[in-house]
Design a protein around this ligand. Structure first.
Ligand code: CUA
Length: 338
């Protein structure tokens, strides 16, 4: 290999390695861009721990360098070499400082940060949302209403929301890095976490426990809405499906009900009552399909219905081998379910 190309390759490699540790920072779900009190505490603890570690690490490097540079002269610089001094240095740097740092971080993490991020007292949360993990999507329910959705959680701004998390199959983990810590979703058990933010916006969440082939494609959005918009949204989601408008969509509904889709999916207002896949009553109102795997457009929806295993291998939806005209009719019908 010519030397110039060699050098260019090396430069690219060094750059790639240098940026690798930063890959997890920034972006739509960074712990370091907190938008709630709880995640703010987590980010502050992180920065303090980073600063303290940097000082301790820096001290250790300086002492090492000093030891190496003065390897031929006994004792410490500017000080006489006595045994008491040597022992003192070992005690201070080897026992006192590590103990103080670790105890300090432990106390702050346990009594300040853990307290700010712990499961909320249910008497302080006017809204409860139930989230159930599935391989690989999130079922979202609003107790006290008929609303059921998937992969998108809406909450009103400035409201303490109690999230009850459990699983229908294996262990998943519910995590919205900009809003709070992660909690495990365990079959047969309910864990709770507080979601609360004053900042209207869309926050990305991700499954944080390996749960099978499509673990990485198990993401969701939390929308923090102005309270009035949230109420409108919730009322809309609690309604039955909008009756299909137009011949194409009406035919799509018939195909949906007769081709086998209904044995896995529910569409309230029809005879479809399946409980294996996501509730599709208002699927047209969602931004993405398959837990943020693809955007929710007519073309992507058709691609998904034609061969779900090609889009998200291992998921539980089979390709039904529908004729092209039927696929288009079902996609048009589902797009209309707003
Ligand atoms: Cu669900 Cu990883």
């Amino acid at each position: 290999m010519p030397r110039r190309r060699h050098r260019a390759l090396r430069r690219v490699l060094v750059l790639a390695c240098a940026t690798l540790p930063l890959g997890g920072c920034g972006g739509a779900q960074s712990v370091l861009h907190p938008e709630s009190k709880a995640s703010h505490e987590i980010a502050t603890l992180f920065w303090w721990m980073l600063a303290i570690s940097a000082v301790v690490m820096g001290g250790a490097i300086v002492l090492l360098l000093l030891g190496w540079l003065r390897r031929r002269s006994p004792g410490l610089p500017l000080l006489a070499a006595t045994e008491r001094l040597t022992t003192g240095v070992v005690v201070v740097f080897g026992i006192v400082i590590p103990l103080a740092v670790n105890v300090g971080v432990f106390v702050v993490a346990n009594f300040v940060v853990a307290k700010a991020t712990e499961a909320p007292d249910p008497r302080t949360t006017p809204l409860t949302v139930k989230v159930i993990g599935h391989q690989w999507f999130w079922e979202v329910r609003y107790p006290g209403t008929r609303a059921v959705t998937a992969n998108e959680i809406h909450i009103p701004a400035g409201t303490r929301v109690d999230v009850l998390a459990t699983s229908a199959d294996v262990i998943h983990s519910f995590w919205v890095p900009r809003l709070n810590r992660k909690i495990d979703m365990i079959p047969g058990r309910t864990n709770r976490v507080l979601l609360e933010s004053d900042r209207v916006g869309r926050y990305r969440g991700q499954c944080a426990e390996f749960c099978g082939l499509q673990h990485a494609h198990m993401a969701f959005y939390v929308y923090v809405d102005p309270p009035a918009r949230f109420r409108t949204w919730l009322a809309g989601q609690a309604r039955d499906r909008v009756p299909p408008a137009g011949a194409e969509r009406r035919r799509g509904e018939q195909v949906f009900l007769n081709a086998g889709c209904a044995s896995c999916h529910t569409i309230r207002g029809t005879s479809a009552r399946g409980a294996i896949g996501p509730d599709l009553t208002h699927v047209g109102s969602r931004a993405t399909l398959a837990a943020l795997t693809i955007p929710n457009t007519a073309a992507e929806l058709e691609r998904w219905i034609r061969d779900p295993q090609q889009v998200k291998p291992g998921n539980r939806m089979p390709a039904l081998g529908l004729p092209d005209a039927d696929v288009r009719a079902v996609a048009a019908y589902l797009e209309g379910l707003r």
